[in-house]
Design a protein around this ligand. Structure first.
Ligand code: UTP
Length: 408
């Protein structure tokens, strides 16, 4: 991009302050900043004026889940199907660890957080142990793909190396970086985080498959013959990964995807609910539902929209390839964004001061024809660590781990 082109694109999008910063740089700095500007997806940045993307929802209908009693009845059969698929090398796992964990307030990768009490127990370690439970049973390893971002890649890979992959074979672990997106202030002006760099942050957890493709990691998936990917969040320390029962039930159902869900604690619990939207599977946030929908009940008294997602999904790889280039909604999220002022002063805000743009994995579900809603028991499989204390915190997760017999 020539200097003239840079100026004209920045003018067009009312971002002339970036050009002013550019002019103060040496050749190397200019190249770096111009390169970042060149990669900006302006269709996203220009959305900043709109408070939050109020997506128009289609016709919502309940989607029944495969519930625990039914799963228990068929557990052995599902488990066998799942183990066979794992043994045949058809199942891979994807750890989404590109987030910044701002609520937890730890600077490094969230997976490095030590949740131990009497001994070290890092989040990554706990997750690998959960996976080892399955691979021990199957008698073979599951390829594990770890998504990082520019913000934490080096630290994450170094930590895995330092800890000898927590006992998992290194040749079964591959790291890949997700894409980055710019952040803006409430008036839509791009923030800068260094004198030669825009403020860039990971573009949400919804771009993971695209990032696997552009980084070449998808070639490994294909070379190994992996047909299903189980994606999971870094912060649920209790979850089963590559769970044979879940894999078996999804395969048996004939669905192209599966989602682990938990029964809502109460009708107004703030979770995304798996249902049908215009006949296709969809995850609808609590704030997008009317009171009538939230309170609607089935003849047996259960809530019609009763199951919340926990960010543990199974996807068929060939279907992911088909939808990879489809447009996903971009979520405009208010965040605290550190930045430098025109005078080069570094500011770390106490309150949200602008927007970041994120793609969310839950939007992928709606692009697929069907999804098995698979119920798990909250107290056995859902202990997310979002905050330091209180709800979904280190404290609550520790209590749940101990309840499940994990020594900390
Ligand atoms: P969250 O939405 O809870 O975000 O991520 P977070 O970054 O961990 O925490 P906060 O909101 O800043 O406090 C859910 C999962 O998605 C991953 C996270 O690492 C976590 O596993 N994620 C999130 C990514 O991989 N990339 C992203 O850009 C965002």
């Amino acid at each position: 991009m020539t200097e003239q082109e840079l100026l004209s694109v920045l003018k067009e999008h009312k971002q002339e302050h970036i050009y002013a910063a550019y002019q103060k740089l040496d050749e190397e700095g200019k190249k770096k900043l111009a390169g970042q500007v060149e990669r900006i997806d302006w269709s996203i940045v220009d959305m900043a004026g709109y408070e939050e993307l109020k997506q128009e929802r289609g016709k919502l209908e309940p989607l029944s889940a495969l519930e625990v009693p039914e799963i228990e009845k068929n557990k052995e059969k599902y488990s066998e199907i799942g183990i066979d698929a794992i043994k045949a090398g058809k199942v891979g796992a994807v750890l989404l660890a590109g987030g910044q964990g701002t609520r937890l307030g730890s600077d490094g990768p969230k997976g490095k957080y030590n949740i131990g009490i009497t001994k070290d127990m890092f989040i990554f370690e706990r997750l690998i142990r959960n996976l080892l439970d399955v691979t021990d049973k199957a008698g073979c390893f599951v390829p594990l793909y770890v998504m990082t971002s520019d913000k934490n890649h080096e630290e994450t890979t170094a930590f895995f190396a330092e800890k000898k992959y927590f006992g998992y074979p290194e040749e079964f672990v591959k790291f890949f970086k997700q894409e980055m997106a710019p952040s803006v202030n409430f008036n839509g002006k791009l923030y800068m985080e260094e004198k030669d760099s825009l403020s860039l942050s990971p573009n949400g957890n919804g771009g993971w498959f695209y990032s696997m493709a552009v980084t070449g990691v998808l070639d490994d998936v294909k070379a190994r013959g992996v047909e299903w990917l189980n994606i999971f969040a870094v912060d649920n320390v209790l979850q089963r990964i590559a769970d044979p029962v879940f894999v078996g039930a999804t395969l048996e159902s004939g669905c192209v995807s599966g989602a682990k869900v938990v029964r809502k604690a109460d009708p107004h619990e703030k979770v995304g609910v798996l249902c049908l939207e215009d006949g296709r599977p969809s995850i609808v946030e609590y704030y997008e539902m009317t009171d009538e929908i939230i309170n609607s009940r089935e003849p047996n008294g259960d809530l019609s929209y009763n199951f919340g997602v926990i960010l543990n999904y199974l996807f068929r790889v060939d279907k992911l390839e088909q939808i990879m280039n489809e447009k996903m909604p971009v979520h405009v999220v208010e965040k605290k964004i550190p930045y430098i002022t025109e005078n080069g002063e570094y500011i770390k805000p106490e309150d949200p001061n602008g927007y970041k743009f994120e793609l969310l994995v839950l939007d992928m579900i709606h692009l697929l024809d069907n999804c098995l809603s698979f119920e798990v028991v909250r107290d056995y499989e859902f202990a997310p660590i979002k905050n330091k204390t209180g709800v979904d915190s280190v404290e609550s997760a520790r209590a749940l781990l101990q309840k499940n017999g994990v020594e900390l």
